[in-house]
Design a protein around this ligand. Structure first.
Ligand code: C2E
Ligand code: CA
Ligand code: CA
Ligand code: CA
Length: 279
């Protein structure tokens, strides 16, 4: 058994080395990706559950790798975060999303809001608030049309500092959302120290239930509590009509997911919204 264990250990070493090399290769090609214009944004519509209209959309980064094709953000965002590259990439995402949304508003002649994912590393930068202020000035995007999605772990990093920063962002007029709610600390209490407008319920939160409380009762109680705290609730990862109906009866405000639309290139979203406006 010992010998087998040793063999196994030897067997795993090269595999780990491969994984590490793979990661390093990705990291190497990630560094120049921004300058080479390999990133683009896709947008996923967010649906108002009262009248099923599209009020906004989430910007999601896509990396078109010259040799590998599309690399998933789940693969490269963690690398970008560890290396600090996320700060430049995140700035690009913010600018691109604001520029494109401003143009879309002009083209469609109606208001539409964009949500941008912000990582903890970006938020940790002293200049972040100034960046947001500057982007809004440069693009002329109405601040109320920009929402920043923050994760729970980014918020609890340094509560005093974060609270101050979020108040400054809120004073600019941008909206603040907590992303992936229900996967981390799940406490509504600590959120009271932050000016949060929106909670995005993670897919797993909507689907979870046990013998004591049904998924419906759980989500309903949660939505009521969020409303009492003047927050609106967006359900993420909605894939079926069942879930849509369930969310509507739980008074959940908005939903996002494959049932309605997948993330799509800007051109497709433009056509979708233009058609919506016609009929
Ligand atoms: P997220 O912010 O939670 O984004 C939602 C993810 O769920 C997206 O994956 C989206 O394509 C996917 N999704 C949407 N509808 C459904 C559905 O009905 N079912 C299921 N199973 N999934 C659905 P994506 O685009 O691969 O992004 C993954 C994660 O990468 C994001 O999770 C976010 O954490 C990160 N990310 C993406 N773009 C950016 C960015 O610009 N900046 C930062 N910092 N992170 C980003
Ligand atoms: Ca998000
Ligand atoms: Ca999310
Ligand atoms: Ca997620």
């Amino acid at each position: 058994a010992k010998a087998a264990g040793r063999n196994r250990a030897r067997f795993f070493e090269p595999e780990m080395a491969v994984a590490t090399r793979e990661r390093m290769t990705l990291e190497t090609s990630l560094r120049p990706a921004l300058a080479r214009g390999e990133f683009e944004l896709h947008y996923q519509p967010r649906i108002d559950l009262r009248d099923m209209s599209v009020l906004g959309m989430e910007a999601l980064i896509r990396w078109n790798h010259p040799e590998r094709g599309r690399v998933s953000p789940q693969q490269f965002i963690p690398i970008a975060e560890e290396t600090g590259l996320i700060v430049q990439i995140g700035r690009w995402v913010l600018e691109e999303a604001c520029v494109q949304t401003r143009r879309l508003i002009d083209e469609l002649g109606r208001t539409i809001c964009v949500s941008v994912n912000v990582s903890a590393r970006q938020l940790a930068h002293q200049t972040f608030v100034d960046e947001v202020r500057q982007v809004l000035l440069d693009t002329g995007l109405p601040p109320a049309c920009l929402e920043l999605e923050l994760t729970e772990s980014a918020l609890i990093d340094d509560i005093e500092r974060t609270a101050h920063m979020l108040r400054e962002l809120h004073e600019l007029g941008v909206k603040l959302a907590v992303d992936d709610f229900g996967t981390g600390y799940s406490g509504l209490a600590y959120l009271r120290s932050f000016p949060i407008d929106v909670l995005k319920l993670d897919r797993s939160f909507v689907l979870q239930h046990d013998e004591r409380i049904s998924a419906f009762d759980f989500v309903k109680a949660f939505v009521d509590m969020a409303h009492a705290l003047k927050m609106s609730v967006v359900a993420e990862g909605v894939e079926t009509l069942d879930v849509v109906e369930f969310l509507r009866s739980a008074a959940c405000d908005e939903a996002q997911g494959y049932y309605f639309a997948r993330p799509m290139p800007l051109g497709e979203l433009r056509s979708l919204l233009a058609n919506e406006a016609c009929g």
